[in-house]
Design a binder for this molecule. Structure first.
Ligand SMILES: C[S@@+](CC[C@H](N)C(=O)[O-])C[C@H]1O[C@@H](n2cnc3c(N)ncnc32)[C@H](O)[C@@H]1O
Length: 421
């Protein structure tokens, strides 16, 4: 794990204050004044259903959850309020500037379902409330005591609630940590002039510096605000897969899935055809994820969906043993496309999820599989879609792969609840 070097005289209160001040000066993400495209994007009900069933596959779809956006920054809470107009959203953040930017969006879009508080994640218990859904992305790794922050969130999570957590991952950020240390040694501050000079100096980096892929490809590094957030942050730590699982166990949370799981699975991408495949597939799931993080080497962050470790058992995980899977209703995930040009031999299409950054993660399908894939309409179960297919295992193999490759999520809620579809 990377951890900001401890300063002999800095207490956790100093760190929290330094982080707050940093975000007063450099609100993040860079503020936006329109959510028009975002709103349009989320008008699609199937997009919202897919988003819901990613977290709650076996619960009936509903849109009126209570959602806490913890460390909401400049726009994330307003986006959730736009995305889920029937839900009740609360955004909290220590930075008054970030809350002000969100307030402006709330006024502009008349977001009556959005409340905002300047409040630290660690103090969320003061609200005396429970939430169905907690979103905490890009925040926990900036706290002086992330465990305390995550425990506080866990205590406000409803028994069947879900947390979306995103924390930095260490190996892909190696170049970032080199340059953080470089900036510390030079005593570079975060004034506008310092950031401008830093951006200019980065132009002189050697082309094989480990940060170069990020400077070239990551939109975060194209803005001065993004550079400051990555390179001049007063508090920044990261979690490898095993460290993340340790954190979750310490905080009474259980891992449900990765927001995008294919990069962590040994049965997706180029590794599938490597001589290590059989060794990898024998490992328990968490060991596979840890190995894949090392193998891929460039993961920048981990985005996981979590539940309480004492969540009621009725929430069943997606499984392809037994016959239950036949009643799952597949819903396409946003960002997925079927490419039909320049295909590998015998493929009728290649399925891609454009939110994946690894180019080896694609799924070729043949004509029969494509018929099944094209029949996905978000309404029919696999049993209905595959009614004409003699061999059940064909459908099972395909739908399990679609799931691994982040092409679909499943609505596995009780079938009689058709009103929710
Ligand atoms: C990198 S930004 C992420 C913003 C937002 N979650 C997103 O993904 O767009 C981190 C945010 O966390 C806030 N923050 C940092 N420490 C916090 C704390 N202890 N409690 C609440 N918010 C905090 C910062 O003010 C900042 O707005």
């Amino acid at each position: 794990m990377h951890e900001s070097p401890p300063s002999p005289r800095r207490t956790s209160r100093d760190t929290a204050e330094a982080v707050r001040e940093f975000y007063e000066d450099h609100p993040y993400p860079p503020p936006v004044d329109t959510l028009d495209d975002y709103r349009k994007h989320w008008l699609d009900r199937d997009r919202r259903r897919a988003d819901y069933h990613l977290r709650w596959p076996s619960d009936s779809f509903r849109e009126n959850a209570s959602i806490l956006v913890a460390g909401c920054g400049t726009s994330q809470a307003a986006k959730y309020a736009v995305r889920w107009p029937e839900a009740e959203i609360l955004g909290i953040d220590v930075s008054a500037k970030s809350i002000e930017h969100t307030e402006a969006l709330k006024r502009k879009y008349s977001l009556d379902n959005l409340a905002l508080h300047q409040l630290a994640v660690e103090r969320v218990g003061d609200l005396n409330r429970r939430f169905d859904h907690i979103v905490c992305t890009g925040v926990l790794h900036h706290l002086s005591d992330p465990d305390a922050g995550l425990r506080a969130l866990r205590e406000t999570l409803a028994p069947s609630g879900a947390i979306d957590l995103m924390v930095y991952a260490p190996y892909g950020r190696t170049g970032v940590y080199l340059l953080q240390e470089y900036c510390r040694r030079l005593g570079i501050g975060s004034s506008a002039a310092d950031i401008r000079n830093l951006a200019a100096s980065l132009q002189a980096l050697p082309p094989d510096h480990p940060i170069m892929p990020l400077l070239r490809n990551s939109p975060d590094f194209q803005t001065e605000a993004g550079l400051a957030d990555a390179l001049l942050h007063p508090q920044d730590r990261s979690y490898s897969v095993p460290e993340l699982f340790e954190l979750l166990a310490d905080c009474g949370l259980s891992f449900s899935r990765w927001a995008r799981q294919a990069p962590y699975l040994p049965h997706c991408g180029a590794i599938l055809n490597s001589p290590h495949q059989s060794l990898l597939s024998r490992l328990p799931a968490q060991e596979q994820y840890a190995a894949l993080e090392l193998f891929r080497g460039s993961m920048l962050r981990h985005s996981a969906i979590l539940h309480r470790n004492d969540a009621p058992r009725e929430s069943r995980p997606i499984r392809f043993e037994g016959d239950e899977w036949l009643d799952y209703v597949p819903i396409r995930l946003p960002g997925t496309i079927c490419v039909e040009e320049r295909l590998p031999p015998s493929a009728a299409g290649v399925l891609i999820n454009r939110t994946h950054t690894y180019t080896d993660i694609y799924l070729p399908i043949d004509t029969e599989q494509k018929q099944l894939f094209d029949a996905i309409d978000g309404q029919r179960s696999i049993r209905e879609i595959a009614a004409d297919i003699e061999a059940k295992h064909l459908a099972r193999t395909l739908f399990e792969r679609l799931w691994w490759y982040d092409q679909v999520v499943f609505d596995a809620s009780p079938r009689d609840d058709t009103a929710a579809r």
